[in-house]
Design a protein around this ligand. Structure first.
Ligand SMILES: *[C@@H]1O[C@H](CO)[C@@H](O)[C@H](O)[C@H]1NC(C)=O
Ligand SMILES: *[C@@H]1O[C@H](CO)[C@@H](O)[C@H](O)[C@H]1NC(C)=O
Ligand SMILES: *[C@@H]1O[C@H](CO)[C@@H](O)[C@H](O)[C@H]1NC(C)=O
Ligand SMILES: *[C@@H]1O[C@H](CO)[C@@H](O)[C@H](O)[C@H]1NC(C)=O
Ligand SMILES: *[C@@H]1O[C@H](CO)[C@@H](O)[C@H](O)[C@H]1NC(C)=O
Ligand SMILES: *[C@@H]1O[C@H](CO)[C@@H](O)[C@H](O)[C@H]1NC(C)=O
Ligand SMILES: *[C@@H]1O[C@H](CO)[C@@H](O)[C@H](O)[C@H]1NC(C)=O
Ligand SMILES: *[C@@H]1O[C@H](CO)[C@@H](O)[C@H](O)[C@H]1NC(C)=O
Length: 905
């Protein structure tokens, strides 16, 4: 062992003597900090020691080591500095040549990094150079990226980190680089600026706004907050900000109306907010939409509730008409604001506009109109028994309602109103209205009572043995509270009764005296026209007294007279007017033909005195009958004359299809010869409004002959509507198409033939038109001959038709000429068949079916004349009969002969 050591020493001595000690082959840096460098090298021989020579610390002896590798740490060193070393291997007094190497310490990190600017996708960083040295480089790492920072010439480094995402937090590390060595790294985080919201949706009214926006989206799903700022530094917290889904809602209240609000909405993330989304909105200014107007004749009081029940608003009320303007301060008045315009004119329209006002800003304004009411009593009301008329102002519509609830209404045209078809004697509340902006404003109400109808058929009957009268009348249509009857300067009242016929018995009169009896109906204070009738109390009592006194004398006289002039007395009995009492519905008997000429002469005596008396007797026949249908409001206008109405009992009923149809026509069934109670229809000449009804009657009654006894126009007055076509062009009347097939004009009459076609059933009928043109109204034809011939034509037609239906006869009123012709036709039949005529009897019969049949005494006489002339055919070609009446002539001749014989007695 010692030997070996010796040998080694020897060898080393030899080697060192010869050659040098070997250097280490390689030095590795196995540790590096800012202040230390740790080296390692391989130990070739454990007897070697080392010497490290440095330029900063001087030589450092390093002891020998047994280990294979030797580690050595040099410190303290300066960071980021390049150091040079020489490592010598040392053995005994020998030293190797030296192994040279250099290496660097770790550089220092930057002291700090300032974030000097942050944008949505860029962050600007700034830091001071390490050791103020240009020897170092810098590298920045963030997220998955890194970048080398270019060397700058200044003491500070500024760097823009670009292409970043907005509103995102970034983690940065900045390294100082020296050689290839990087510092430990300076780490920091910061954020990019978030984006603004894209848009803000605003809903607003006077004092509130609701803002809505979508959340700002970002890749990291960061949650941002939002701050809304107002121009006036008023930060609206949006504490009641709610996010629902991707939507954020902010509710702002307590705003001022009509104000422009400028807002900026910031997106906030960490300590940073976005540039701000700017928008502005103006709060609205609402209008009052409801105003109450209290109206009177001279005042309009306008009131309204404060808008939204707050004091924010002021108000301005303008009246257009007067141009006046009234201001109200919201905070100075109560909840309801009221203003009265007074001293206005009744019935005038006024226009107003109500504005709300905030900070001198006016709302668009609520416009409304109203009208002052009226004094109904200030108008002149004219009342009749069926109408109310007045000249009024300040109203456009009128309504009348009676106690039964029946309502009539109408418009007011040019300040005049007319209500017709009212209930006679009815009490009406008449209300005026003003139509304003689709509203009917009540103007005033007036109570009016209509005049009642006069009583009808006022007449008397004997009563109380001649010391009284029974006054009888028919209850008129309509309301009648009472009827006042005046007789002999005394008044009697009869209050309302539902009976159709009223009888009032009046006592204490004188017998056999003429009294004028008047009757006036009353409804409330309204009175009808007074009707009067002359009545005579029963003379029987007086006559009885006188008779008792002179009875014997009379009996003797009569006995003597009868004994002497037996035959003559017997003949005169029939025509002595004194013998028969003046009561209606006498029982007239037909007169045999051989008695007729004598009768005719008796009647003609003393200027037709007999005719006058007989005709007068007929005047009251039938008049007590009712004509209710004729007087119904809907039918009243269908009558040509108010005194010629169709009796209910015998009137012609038209068939009705619709609810509203009326069955009324001014026409009555007329009896004919024999037992035929309905052989003719006596009708008035159609009015323009009843032409269709007339044809309806023609069709429904199956008439094949119309006898017309008037001209359409006589002495310049319309007597009858021309109810058939003017020419051969067909005319439609209702559903009946009438065509003139032929027309034959003769001197005294015109004959026509009509085709009547029912459009509903297409059935066609032929109707003959016998139009007598030579008969003046109320008068008689020049001679009897023409009318007798005309009647013959009609009779011939009736008898030649198989089922002729009823023959319609009309003139103008349908009573005078109509009655005369029907009577003539019937009487000539009677004359022919019975050899007797009952003129009075038949006129009486006709008058039970229609009033005034044979309307004048002259017509009555003319009728007799016709009969006379029929008995006594005139000679000459003129009397050539137009129809076969040869046996009539024969009959007439016999009658005449008989008459002549008698007059010779
Ligand atoms: C420092 O040492 C390391 C590791 O041994 C080596 O890679 C590097 O090249 C050396 N640096 C210099 C400047 O010689
Ligand atoms: C030298 O350093 C290496 C690596 O750092 C280590 O493994 C070894 O044990 C060290 N040697 C000594 C003698 O300390
Ligand atoms: C080495 O140096 C020391 C002193 O410097 C000396 O005493 C010694 O003799 C030397 N050894 C050799 C072998 O030269
Ligand atoms: C980001 O930079 C700003 C400005 O330098 C700074 O005030 C802020 O504290 C930094 N933020 C963070 C998270 O370090
Ligand atoms: C960074 O960007 C800003 C513009 O955003 C520019 O003005 C500035 O010069 C840039 N700085 C550097 C160091 O490039
Ligand atoms: C404004 O609108 C809000 C929400 O629709 C409502 O609650 C509020 O009453 C309104 N305000 C006014 C003054 O109309
Ligand atoms: C963000 O959220 C969406 C859906 O909620 C998800 O698909 C996505 O991965 C999220 N992104 C991040 C960075 O978390
Ligand atoms: C916003 O709300 C926060 C907390 O709720 C409060 O501290 C702050 O004072 C409010 N800001 C404004 C301007 O109201």
């Amino acid at each position: 062992m010692i030997m070996e050591r010796v040998l080694t020493l020897v060898l080393l001595c030899v080697l060192s003597a010869w050659a040098n000690i070997p250097d280490v082959e390689k030095v590795s840096v196995i540790g590096r900090t800012e202040t230390e460098l740790t080296f390692q090298w391989k130990v070739e021989n454990s007897s070697y020691s080392y010497k490290l020579a440095t330029n900063v610390i001087g030589d450092i002896p390093i002891n020998a080591s047994e280990a294979e590798y030797l580690n050595y740490t040099v410190s303290p060193l300066s960071p980021g500095t390049n150091y040079s070393f020489t490592l010598y291997t040392v053995f005994e007094n020998y030293t190797s040549k030296g192994f040279y190497f250099s290496n660097v310490t770790t550089p220092s990190n930057v002291n700090s990094v300032s974030v000097i600017d942050r944008k949505e996708n860029q962050i600007t960083l700034q830091w001071s150079k390490v050791n103020n040295s240009n020897d170092y480089g810098y590298e920045l790492y963030w997220n998955e990226e890194n970048s080398s920072i270019p060397i700058s010439q200044t003491n500070t480094v500024e760097y823009n980190v670009t292409s970043l995402d907005a509103g995102t937090e970034y983690f940065f590390t900045l390294y100082t680089v020296f050689g290839h060595v990087m510092s430990s790294g300076y780490s920091f985080t910061n954020v990019t600026m978030p984006s603004n919201v894209q848009d803000v949706n605003v809903k607003l009214n006077d004092t509130e706004m609701i803002l809505q926006w979508d959340v700002v989206s970002n890749t990291n799903n960061n949650t941002y907050t939002y701050t809304l700022e107002n121009k006036d530094e008023l930060t609206v917290n949006c504490t009641n900000q709610t996010a629902e889904g991707n939507e954020v809602t902010c509710h702002i209240s307590d705003l001022t109306p009509a104000t422009n609000y400028s807002f900026t909405l910031y997106t906030e993330f960490a300590d940073l907010r976005s540039t701000g989304f700017k928008f502005n909105n103006i709060t609205t200014l609402s209008d009052i939409t409801e105003v109450t107007v209290n109206r009177s004749q001279t005042e309009l009081t306008i009131s309204w509730n404060k808008l939204n029940n707050n004091d924010i608003y002021n108000y301005t009320l303008k009246s257009q008409g007067e141009g006046s303007e009234k201001n109200f301060t919201g905070s100075a008045v109560g909840d309801v604001i009221t203003h009265t315009y007074s001293s206005l004119t009744p019935g005038t329209e006024h226009s107003f506009t109500l504005f709300t006002v905030v900070n001198k800003a006016f709302s668009r304004g609520f416009s409304f109109k109203n009208v002052t009411t009226l004094y109904c009593t200030s108008f002149n009301w004219t009342v009749t028994n069926s109408s109310i008329e007045a000249k009024v102002n300040g109203s456009t519509y009128v309504k009348a309602q009676n106690s039964t609830g029946s309502v009539k209404n109408g418009t007011v045209n040019q300040n005049s109103l007319t209500l017709q078809g009212l209930y006679p004697g009815g009490s009406y509340n008449v209300s005026l209205f003003y139509y304003l902006e689709s509203e009917l404003l009540p103007q005033c109400t007036h109570h009016l009572t209509l005049d009642p109808y006069s009583v009808s058929h006022l007449r008397c009957e004997y009563h109380s043995g001649g010391y009284g009268l029974a006054v009888i009348w028919d209850t008129p249509y309509g309301v009648v509270d009472r009827v006042q009857v005046d007789v002999d300067r005394k008044s009697f009242n009869k209050s309302y009764s539902s009976e159709k016929q009223i009888r009032l018995e009046i006592n204490g009169l004188q017998a056999a005296k003429k009294y004028t009896v008047t009757a006036t109906s009353f409804s409330g204070s309204r009175r009808s026209q007074t009707v009067s009738v002359n009545c005579e109390t029963d003379p029987a009592g007086v006559i009885a007294g006188v008779l008792v006194f002179f009875l014997l004398v009379i009996i003797i006289c009569v006995a003597v007279f009868a004994w002497r002039r037996y035959g003559s007395a017997k003949r005169n009995k029939m025509t002595n007017p004194l013998v028969e009492p003046k009561v209606p519905n006498k029982n007239y008997k037909p007169l045999p033909l051989n008695k007729f000429p004598e009768h005719y002469q008796n009647m003609s005596r003393d200027e037709n005195r007999g005719f006058s008396e007989e005709y007068e007797d007929l005047s009251s026949v039938g008049i007590e009958q009712s004509s209710i249908a004729a007087l119904l409001p809907e039918n009243k206008d269908k009558n040509r004359f108010s005194n010629v109405l169709a009796y209910d009992s015998s009137r012609v009923h038209l068939t009705t299809k619709d609810e509203g149809d009326s069955d009324y026509i001014n026409a009555n069934y007329m009896p004919g010869y024999g037992n035929a109670s309905r052989q003719y229809i006596a009708a008035q000449g159609p009015l323009p409004s009843t032409v269709n009804d007339f044809w309806r009657m023609v069709w429904e009654k199956g008439s094949q002959a119309i006898v017309m006894l008037t001209n359409c126009i006589e002495s310049g007055r319309v007597k009858c509507e021309q109810y058939w076509p003017l020419d051969y062009t067909p005319c439609l009347y209702g559903n009946l198409l009438v065509t003139v097939k032929s027309e034959d004009k003769l001197p005294n009459w015109t004959l026509r033939e009509f085709n009547v076609k029912n459009k509903d059933t297409s059935e066609t009928r032929t109707v003959k038109h016998f139009h007598f043109t030579a008969w003046p109204d109320h008068g008689v034809p020049a001679g009897t001959e023409e009318l007798i011939q005309f009647r013959g034509l009609i009779r011939q037609h009736i008898e030649s038709s198989f089922s002729a239906g009823l023959t319609i006869v009309h003139c103008s009123a349908g009573v005078g000429r109509t009655g005369t012709l029907i009577a003539l036709d019937v009487l000539l039949q009677q004359l022919h068949k019975e050899k007797a005529v009952g003129i009075a009897a038949f006129v009486q019969e006709m008058r039970l079916s229609r009033p005034l049949m044979v309307q004048t005494e002259s017509q009555y006489v003319f009728l007799h004349q016709c009969i006379m002339d029929s008995l006594q055919p005139k000679a000459g070609p003129k009397s050539e009969p137009l129809y076969e009446n040869s046996d009539m002539i024969y009959v007439n001749a016999i009658a005449l002969k008989e008459y002549d014989n008698q007059s010779q007695i």
